[in-house]
Design a protein. Structure first.
Length: 167
């Protein structure tokens, strides 16, 4: 990575661009560009983010970004192939000891989609059932109601009824 960083630095200087100007144009900090040019990979949390910075920087300097990224990928391959299996296991043990969980990559194609339960059926259904009971109650009470009989007319009807049979 140091060779690639030196190449980028040499290209920047030969183009007559200052570190501050390049950082401002790329919307990066000068320390980020200094770390790229010095080959300090450990200053970056994310190697893939670093790869994008290198691509942007190469494009900014007028270089072929794909060739520069290929160089960067070659560096990554060399660097990662030199890590022993014991070092990887030790790093994993340290992560487990700190209690950090491994982040899983989620893809829209592999994610399980949970169906959201709507609350409206649970609210709407009891209201509908209550309204039906009220409507049925009023219908049944109306049907079973006895006709209203005026008590004043009853004695006269009885007298007439009695008079018809007594003659």
């Amino acid at each position: 990575m140091k060779e690639l960083g030196e190449y980028l630095k040499h290209t920047r200087i030969s183009n007559g661009v200052s570190m501050e100007e390049a950082a401002e144009d790329l919307e990066l900090s000068t320390s980020q560009l200094e770390n790229i040019e010095s080959g300090n990979v450990r200053a970056f949390k994310d190697v893939y983010g670093l790869k994008q910075y290198v691509r942007q920087y190469a494009k900014y300097l007028g270089l072929d970004p794909e060739k520069v990224v290929d160089e960067f990928n070659g560096f990554l391959f060399e660097h990662t192939s030199k890590i022993s299996l014991d070092d990887i296991k030790e790093a994993q043990r340290k992560l487990d000891a700190k209690g950090k969980e491994e982040k899983k990559v989620k893809s829209p194609y592999t994610m399980e989609h949970k169906k959201k339960l709507s609350i409206w059926p649970f609210v709407f259904a009891p209201i509908v059932v209550l309204l039906l009971f009220i409507i049925i109650y009023f219908i049944v009470s109306t049907i079973n109601k006895a006709p209203v009989v005026d008590t004043e007319l009853v004695p006269e009807v009885r007298k007439e009824y009695i008079n018809e049979f007594t003659y």
